[in-house]
Design a protein around this ligand. Structure first.
Ligand code: ADP
Length: 709
């Protein structure tokens, strides 16, 4: 097999060389170029994706940084007002409220003077408002009046008298603070006496005429009066007004109307909350808009308490570091950015310098602590949503310590990914943009790619070329095998009669055979062998003539019956020793046909020869000929080994030898039936086979009557 392949390849050397040079080599080279080009294309597209991602990251960062710059500019602008240098808190508070009250991002504004305590503009964090304000002088007459009133109130429980004494004192005093305090005491006693309407009137007076005065303990009388007003409404049963009033108080607490410190703020807020909860549990008020307003205010209250906590943290962690950081340089011009991790939160602070007397001096810092939640949920979310289109891009944002802020991690390690940080790590976030489009070659629309189709075409050419070459080589191998099989079978065919002839002639030559009968028998065997050889040779010669197209048929008008009888007789004579019995049945009414008698005789001869060869045991054949319509039908039947169905088409091919022929070592060349077919077809006829494997075979030759040639 391998040897055969080698020889076949050798024979087709030229073809292979042509294939190699004109198809294989160029295809491989072009394919390599194509692959390189595809790879470059991939890199190019990846680069493009990276650039797009970078652009997206930059615009997200830009949008956020713009907000910072804007706040920073506002701070800087504000800090340049002289009020900041002069520590004029009233003006400062107004300025800050004006510029920042509605700002959800810059949630806590604070001032930090050199070597001073921080001042949280919208919060009071330390000393009371009364500090620094002189206490009024209570003269002896006033003191006596207060003592009388207290006696009436506490000893005799005569509240109306107490109220009228305090009211007198109010009228007689010329001092604003004293007047306000006396009004407050009057109202308290009126309440104790159950005169709620009158008490309410007095409290309204405090609210209207003395809104800024305080008790000795520093508590704003305005707040106190408002808190009491609710009682004045609720005691006589006007719960609606009571709730309305308390809600207003709550709101004012939240906007820091009275500049309370943390503990006072919480105390009063909890009084109001508790009272409102009680009042609103009344079914009459349950479904009113009061309830929703209350809920809204409670939310703000929680936010505020959180801010208090934040302020505590700013005091402890940010304030000590900020000034040093501010002065030691590394400050960006505007805004000055500072971030520090406090607990689980990154505190982001923007700050501006408060200019001092001279240009070089600075008096302190005006700073804004940013609200992280607002930054993440609003500013960042909007920034991400505004970047469109986010085609095939997943955005994942984390803190520098890896806590997720937005999006989720893309887990495909091969995807093109770009990470980006903010300038100065402010905010200390990390943006990770990942390509989520098709995998592998990624964005390359591979099917519209020229190189891709070139490679595919080349591969197809290669495959077809290779298949063609393989077919040619296989065919060459087949021919080689047929040739060698043919040579070996022909040699065998020759060898048998030649060997027998040799031994017979030797014996005759030696004169050992003297008996005339025996001699005659010997000579007849030799003559038969010679006939066989002649038959064999003529088969081969005819075949090669036909193959070369040189065969000429000499057709003569022939009486089929006479001719067929002669052919059969000749066959019998030459093949006596085969022992075949041939029955003949011929229709005497057959018309004469134009045939090449020798060629057709050879065909009938081959069919009879096969009948003899492929019969085992008793050899019996039957030859019939009859006219059917416009045809003469000649049949050669035998009762031999038969032909398998799948071989019926192949047996007429040249050199084809059946499985059983090979299995039973029946001699032959595989040319017999091919020759019969050629000959019959040359007479415009056709041959068919019908066989029952193991039992019988019938070959039918059909020749047209009308053929006059
Ligand atoms: P050969 O006889 O030399 O093998 P042929 O061309 O005459 O070649 O026949 C081809 C094959 O057809 C045979 O090898 C055999 O398998 C099959 N064949 C032909 N004639 C018969 C028959 N009468 N009975 C069974 N098989 C036959």
């Amino acid at each position: 097999m391998f040897q055969g392949l080698k020889i076949a390849v050798k024979r087709q050397k030229k073809l292979l060389a042509i294939f190699f040079v004109t198809i294989f080599l160029p295809s491989v080279i072009l394919s390599i170029f194509g692959i390189i080009a595809l790879r470059n294309e991939k890199f190019r597209v990846e680069k493009q994706i990276e650039n797009e991602q970078l652009q997206i990251a930059n615009s997200i960062k830009d949008r956020i940084e713009t907000k910072f710059t804007e706040i920073g500019e506002r701070l800087e602008n504000l800090a340049s007002y002289p009020a900041f240098r002069q520590k004029d808190y009233t003006v400062i508070k107004e300025l800050i409220t004006g510029l920042f009250e509605k700002d959800s991002l810059a949630s806590i504004i604070f001032l930090l003077y050199n070597n001073g305590e921080p001042v949280f503009s919208l919060f009071r964090t330390g000393s009371e408002e009364n500090a620094g304000r002189p206490e009024p002088v209570y003269d002896s007459f006033l003191q006596q009046q207060i003592k009388d009133a207290e006696d009436a109130e506490y000893i005799r429980n005569d509240y109306l008298t107490a109220a009228s004494i305090y009211n007198d004192a109010f009228r007689q005093s010329g001092n604003k603070i004293i007047k306000a305090r006396m009004l407050n005491l009057t109202a308290r006693n009126l309440m104790k006496a159950g005169k709620f309407n009158e008490a309410a009137d007095v409290y309204s007076r405090i609210i209207n005429d003395y809104p800024d005065e305080r008790t000795e303990a520093g508590l704003p009388l305005d707040l106190y009066a408002k808190i009491q007003m609710t009682e004045c409404y609720s005691m006589p049963g006007d719960k609606g007004s009571a709730v309305g009033n308390d809600l207003t108080v709550f709101e004012e607490l939240l906007v820091n109307r009275w500049n309370l410190n943390e503990s006072r703020f919480k105390t009063y807020a909890s009084i109001v909350i508790e009272r409102l909860t009680g009042l609103l549990s009344d079914s009459a008020l349950e479904s009113t808009e009061y309830l929703s307003r209350f809920e809204e205010l409670e939310k703000r209250y929680h936010y505020r308490t959180e801010q208090w906590e934040t302020i505590g943290n700013i005091r402890s962690y940010i304030v000590p570091e900020l000034p040093g950081y501010f002065q030691t340089g590394s400050r960006s011009p505007s805004p000055f950015e500072f971030s520090k991790r406090v607990g689980s939160e990154d505190y982001l602070v923007l700050a501006a310098m408060i200019p001092g007397q001279s240009q070089l001096d600075n008096a302190g810092i005006l700073a804004a602590k940013l609200d992280n939640l607002y930054l993440q949920n609003n500013i960042l979310t909007n920034a991400v949503e505004e970047i469109k289109p986010l085609r095939n891009t997943a955005i994942y944002i984390t803190t520098l310590s890896g806590d997720s802020i937005k999006g989720s991690k893309n887990n495909n390690p091969d995807a093109v990914t770009t990470t980006s940080l903010f300038d100065n790590n402010f905010p200390p976030w990390r943006l990770e943009l990942t390509y989520t489009g098709p995998k592998g070659l990624g964005e390359i629309s591979i099917f519209s790619n020229f190189y891709f189709w070139t490679i595919i075409t080349l591969i197809i050419i290669l495959v077809f070329g290779a298949a063609l070459i393989a077919r040619i080589v296989a065919r060459e191998m087949e021919i080689l095998k047929i040739k060698s099989d043919f040579v070996s079978s022909v040699s065998h065919e020759f060898k048998t009669p030649l060997t027998s002839m040799k031994s017979l002639t030797e014996r005759l030559e030696e004169g050992k055979v003297t008996e005339p009968g025996k001699m005659k028998q010997y000579i007849s065997i030799i003559a038969n062998d010679i006939d066989r050889l002649i038959h064999l040779v003529s088969n081969i010669l005819s075949f090669s003539k036909i193959e070369e197209g040189k065969k000429i048929y000499k057709k003569e008008k022939t009486d089929i019956v006479i001719w067929l009888k002669e052919v059969i007789n000749n066959y019998k004579k030459e093949n006596i020793e085969s022992g075949i019995i041939i029955n003949v049945q011929l229709d005497n009414n057959m018309p004469a046909l134009h045939i090449d008698r020798d060629a057709m005789a050879q065909a009938i001869f081959n069919l009879l020869d096969n009948a003899a060869k492929f019969s085992r045991g008793k050899k019996e054949a039957e030859v019939t000929a009859e006219r059917k319509n416009y045809s003469i039908i000649i049949k050669v039947k035998d009762k031999g080994i038969g032909i398998e169905n799948d071989e019926k088409d192949k047996i007429f091919e040249k050199f084809y030898r059946g499985e059983s022929a090979l299995k039973y070592l029946i001699k032959g060349t595989g040319l017999g039936l091919a020759l019969v077919k050629y000959t019959v077809e040359a007479h415009n006829g056709h041959i068919d086979v019908d066989s029952e494997s193991g039992w019988s075979t019938v070959f039918t030759i059909t020749l047209p009557v009308s053929d006059k040639k």
